[in-house]
Design a protein around this ligand. Structure first.
Ligand code: SER
Length: 317
C-alpha cells in the first residue's frame, strides 16, 4: 500500500481512515475522494491531495487512479441502512453499480480493493448468537442485499481475475469525529453527544435489542490490517466477521450513567430501524479473523465510553 484512493473520505469512516493512512505512509499519495457537496475541509484538505471521486463515474475514478498511480482503493461510498430503505434504487446504484466500476478499474490497473460489509449482511434466519463466519445470509433490507452482493462480487473478481479484494463485516461504528448518517446503529453514537451536552436522549431502538458495536480506532485498525495481511494465510476474503462488544440500549445507558450521573434516556422506537435491528445478529464470532490475520480489538465498552466522553467534552464544551 503506497498510493491510496479513499472514496467517501469525508464520511464517518473515511474522515478518520484517510488521516490514519496518511500518517502511516507520509511519502505516498493518499487521495481524499469526495462527491460534490461533501468536499474535504480543514486538516483533511490540507494534509494531502483530494479529488472528486463519484463511484458512479468510472471515467473520473480511472483518471485519479492513473494520475496518482493508485495501488489500493478504499471504497467507502454507501447509503446506510435506514436511508437505503427510503431510497433502495439509489442504494443499489451506488453500492453495486459503483462497485462494478471500481472492480473493473482495479482489474485493469492492478489495484487492491477494500469495500466494507456489515452486520447488515445477515438476516432473520441467521444464527443470532456467535454468528459464524460462514452461515446463512438472507437479509431483508436493501442495505443488506447490497452488502451480500458486495461480498459475492468482490470474491468473484478475486477468483476470476485475481483482483486483491478483501474486507470485513463492520459492526455499528462509534466515533467522535464525523457523525454517521441514517444507520440503524447511529443511536449508539448520538447517545454520547446527548450525554455530553446534558440533554435527555430519545432512543429509537427498543431495550433488549443487542447488536455488535465497535469503537472507531479498532475499525480503522481492522481496515488497515486486513489489507496488509499475508495473503497466503487468508482462507476467507469477503468478508471477515470482526467483533469487540455487544450491548443493548439499557446496558449502554447504565455505562454512561456511571460517568455522567443524572443522564436521562427515554424511548421513541422507530419501526423502520427496529425491524432492521431485529433482523441482525446479537454477536458475531470473529475467530476466523483472529486466526487468519491476527485480528484483536483494543476497546471494550468501558474503555470506549471513557474515551468518547473525553473527546466529546473537548469538541463540544
Ligand atoms: N452501521 C450500519 C447501519 O446501521 C450497519 O453497518 O446502517
Amino acid at each position: 500500500m503506497k498510493n491510496v484512493l479513499v472514496i467517501g473520505s469525508t464520511g464517518q469512516i473515511g474522515s478518520e481512515l484517510t488521516m490514519r493512512i496518511r500518517e502511516m505512509i507520509p511519502d505516498g499519495n493518499v487521495v481524499a475522494g469526495y462527491i460534490k457537496g461533501a468536499e474535504p475541509k480543514g486538516v483533511l484538505l490540507e494534509s494531502g491531495p483530494s479529488a472528486e471521486a463519484d463511484v458512479c463515474n468510472g471515467e473520473q475514478l480511472l483518471g485519479i487512479v492513473k494520475k496518482y498511480r493508485i495501488d489500493t482503493i478504499y471504497n467507502l461510498a454507501a447509503l446506510l441502512s435506514a436511508v437505503a430503505e427510503k431510497k433502495p434504487q439509489l442504494a443499489w446504484h451506488i453500492q453495486i453499480d459503483g462497485l462494478m466500476n471500481i472492480l473493473e478499474i482495479a482489474r485493469e490497473n492492478g489495484c487492491a480493493v477494500f469495500t466494507p460489509s456489515s452486520i447488515g449482511s445477515f438476516g432473520p434466519e441467521t444464527p443470532r448468537q456467535n454468528t459464524p463466519q460462514d452461515t446463512i445470509q438472507r437479509p431483508r433490507s436493501m442495505y443488506g442485499c447490497t452488502k451480500v452482493a458486495t461480498e459475492l462480487l468482490s470474491d468473484y473478481y478475486f477468483h476470476k481475475y485475481g483482483v486483491d479484494t478483501r474486507s470485513v463485516r463492520f459492526p455499528g461504528l462509534i466515533s467522535n469525529v464525523t457523525l454517521p448518517g441514517g444507520g440503524t446503529t447511529d443511536y449508539a453514537v448520538e447517545i454520547y453527544y446527548a450525554a455530553v451536552k446534558g440533554e435527555e436522549f430519545v432512543c429509537p431502538i427498543a431495550p433488549g435489542t443487542f447488536m455488535d458495536m465497535m469503537y472507531m480506532p479498532d475499525a480503522l485498525k481492522a481496515a488497515i490490517d486486513i489489507m496488509n495481511a499475508d495473503p497466503s494465510r487468508l482462507v476467507h476474503r469477503n468478508s471477515f466477521n470482526i467483533a469487540s462488544m455487544s450491548f443493548d440500549p439499557e446496558i449502554l445507558k447504565a455505562k454512561i450513567i456511571e460517568h455522567v450521573p443524572g443522564f436521562k434516556m427515554r424511548y421513541e422506537v422507530d419501526p423502520v430501524r427496529q425491524a432492521i435491528a431485529d433482523s441482525w445478529p446479537d454477536k458475531m464470532d470473529d475467530s476466523c479473523a483472529r486466526e487468519e490475520w491476527d485480528w484483536a480489538p483494543s476497546y471494550d465498552l468501558e474503555g470506549m465510553t471513557v474515551d468518547m466522553l473525553d473527546a466529546l467534552k473537548k469538541k463540544l464544551l
